[in-house]
Design a protein around this ligand. Sequence first.
Ligand code: F6P
Length: 749
Amino acid sequence: MQSRLLRLSLRFVLPLAVVIGLFAYAVVPLVDDLTLRWFVRDLDTRSQSLANALQDPLLEYVPAKAGKKINQLFDRAMQDERLYALAFCDSNGRLVYKTATYPEQLGCRGPQTPNQLRQSLVRLPHGPLHVSESSLDSDEAHLGKLILVHDMSFIERRSADTKKYIYSLFALMAVVISLITVFVAHLSWRDWVSSVKNILRGAGPRAHPAVSSEAHPIEGDLRALLREFNVERRTRDDSTHYWTPDKLRSLLHEEFAGDEILVVSNREPYLHVRTSKGVEVRRPASGLVTAVEPVMRACSGTWIAHGSGNADRESVDANDRVSVPPSHPSYTLRRVWLSKEEEQGYYYGFANEGLWPLCHIAHVRPVFRSSDWEYYEAINQRFADAVVKEARTDDPVVLVQDYHFALLPRMVREALPKATIITFWHIPWPNPESFGICPWREEILEGLLGSTILGFHTQFHCKNFLETVDRYLEARIEHEASTISYGGKLTQVAHYPISIAWPDSKNVVSTVAEDRVAVRAELGLPPDHLLGVGVDRLDYTKGIIERFQAVERMLEQHPSMIGKFTMVQIAAPTRSSLDEYQNFESRVRNLVQRINSRFGNGSYLPIILKAEHHEPDEVNRYFRAAEVCLVTSLHDGMNLVAKEFIAAREDERGVLILSQFTGAARELHEALIVNPYHVEQGAEAIYRALTMPDVEQRERMRSMRALVKDFNIYRWAGRMLLDAARLRQRERIMTKIRAHSRKSLRRVV
Ligand code: F6P
C-alpha cells in the first residue's frame, strides 16, 4: 500500500514539480524587471526632489564661486544613505565640484539640455548606479548641471531576496497542489475502475450511485461508442432487403470467421424409420424443424438432437453422427440417445405435461413431478455435454431451441464461458403469475440467463419474460435496452418472429391448377368442390375442436354450402402416450363423426380427418388446392402453417383465417383474423372466405406473400446472428477495456 502511494505520488508529484519549476523560472525575471522599474522610478522622483532642493543654494553659490559652501552643501545632501555621489559641471562641461565618492569615469557625461532632468543607469565595477543630470539655470544664463548619483546595489539585494521568496512560495504551492492532486487522483482512479467494471456488467450509472462524476465522461464515451456500434449494425440489417442462404453464409464468414454453428433441439430434422419397405427417412411435423433446417443447410455445422427414429441407431457412425439431408449432405446430425424412462420424464413429463401447458393458455393444467424435473436436469446436462464435445473452438455459436432446454444455456456457459449462446423459445412466455406456479421457476430462469441472446416471437413474450425475471430473481433489468444482467452475465432479450424458407420456384413440379384437380380427384370430390384445409399436430393448443365447431355453425347458417364445402384436416399424431393428448384425439374424432353424420350425405363428408403423418410435399399440395386455410390456435408462439400456406399460393389466391392468439397474427394483417373461442365469428369468416371475390383475395395474398418472402427464415437467423456478432464484438471491446484497466491498475499499484 505504501509503495503504491509512493509510486502514485511520484507519478503525479514529479511532473507537477517540473511544471511549477518551469513556471517559476519564467515568472521570476518578470517580477525582477517590474521591481527594478519601480525602484528606478522611485530614484527618479528622489533625484528630482533633491535637485530641486539644491537648486536655490547652487544658484547663489555657483556664480559666486563659493566652493566651500558648495562642498558643505554636497556633504549635507550626502546624509541620504541612498545618494552615492554629487558633482557639478559648469556650462563649458568642466567638472568643477564633486564629492569624493564621485566616480571619475562618469566625467561630465553628455551635452546638457537646459531645464531637463535626464536619467540613466550605469554599471561600474563597484556596482550599478542611477545617474541623473539636472540643469542649473539663472534668469540670465545657463550655469551648468548638477549630477546626482544613487547607489543601486540595494536594488540587486532586494531582487535577490524577492527571487528567494518567489521560489519558496512556488515550491510550497507545488507540494500542496501535488498532495491534493494525488489524493483526488487516487479517489478518481478507484471510481474510474469501478465505473468501467460497472459498464462491463452492463449496468447504467443509476445502478451505482457511488460512481464519481469524474468517471462519467469516460463511461459516457464508452457507452456512446457502443451505441454507435449498435446503430451501425442495425442500419446494416435494415438496409438488407432480401436474405438468402448465400447472404447468411457470408454473414457467418464475415462476422464469425466461418465459425461452426451448433444447433441443439429435442426434435431431430430427419428420422430413420423402419418400415415394411426397409428404412425410410422422414421429416417430422415440427415448426421448429421447418424453420431451422434451411438455416443449417445454409450454414453447415452440427445439429444435436434426440435420436427418436426406430432405425436411428443403425444409421449413425461410431460417433453417433450422420450427414444430412440424405440427398445432398450439407451438415452433421449428431444424435443423443435417451432411455424410455428418460424420454418419459424429461420430454413427456416435465417438458410436455409441465412447461407446455404452463406456457400456453389453453386451459389445461400443468403437471409438475419431482422425478420429471430430475430427468429434465439430467438430460439437459447430457445435451450440454454433447455441445461441449462437438465444439471445435472455445467460443462456438450455439443455437439452443425451445422449452426442452431451459437449463442448457447456463450449463454450456459454465463449460464454455466464451461461447455465443442464442436461445430461441418457440412457444409463448406467460405472465409472471402463471409462470410462478412452476416449482422450479428460479432454476429455469437462471438456466435461460446463461444465454447471450434469448429470443421470442413477439415483443409481448419478451415483456412477460422480463417481468417474470423481475418478479423472481435478483437481477438488474434495463427495460429500454431489453437486457438482463444476472450473476455478472448480460443477456439480451429480443423478439425475432420466426419464418420459413421462401420456396424456390425451380422446385415447383406442378401448377396450382393441376394440384387442385389432383387433390379433389384423390378425395373423390368434383372439380369445383370448395375446400378448406387445416394442418396441425393433434395438439389441444391448436384450436381444432373450435375450428370444427365453426365449420358446423357455418353449415347451419349457410345450408347452401352443405354438399359443396369440405374441410380437410391433416393432423399429425403427437405425444400420443400422454392422457391429455389421447383424450383430445378422441374428442376430435367424436366431433368429426357427429358433424359428418349431421351434414354428410352419401359420399359427401363435411370434414375429412387425416390423422397421420404427411411429408411436406404432400401438405403443400393441399395448401395449393384449398380455397381457405384455417389456423385457429388457442395460443401459439408463431404458427408457421399460416406462412407455409401463403408461400404455397403462387397463384395469389386462397384466404387465410388466422387466430388472433398466434404470433403470426401480429404480422399477417391481411388474413381474416378471428377469435377461435367465438364460434359464430369463425363460421362467418369461413363463409366470407369461400365467397370472397378474386380481386380481394389477390390483394390480400399479394401483400402477405411480399411480407413472408421478405421476412423469411434467413432474415430471422441473420438478425439473431448479427445481434450475436454485435454482442460478441462488444464483449471483445469490454475484455480489452478490462485488460487495459487491470494493466493500468497493476502499474499504479
Ligand atoms: O411449438 C413448439 C414446438 O417445439 C414447435 O417448435 C414444434 O413444431 C413442436 O413444438 C413440436 O413438438 P414435438 O417435437 O413435441 O413433436
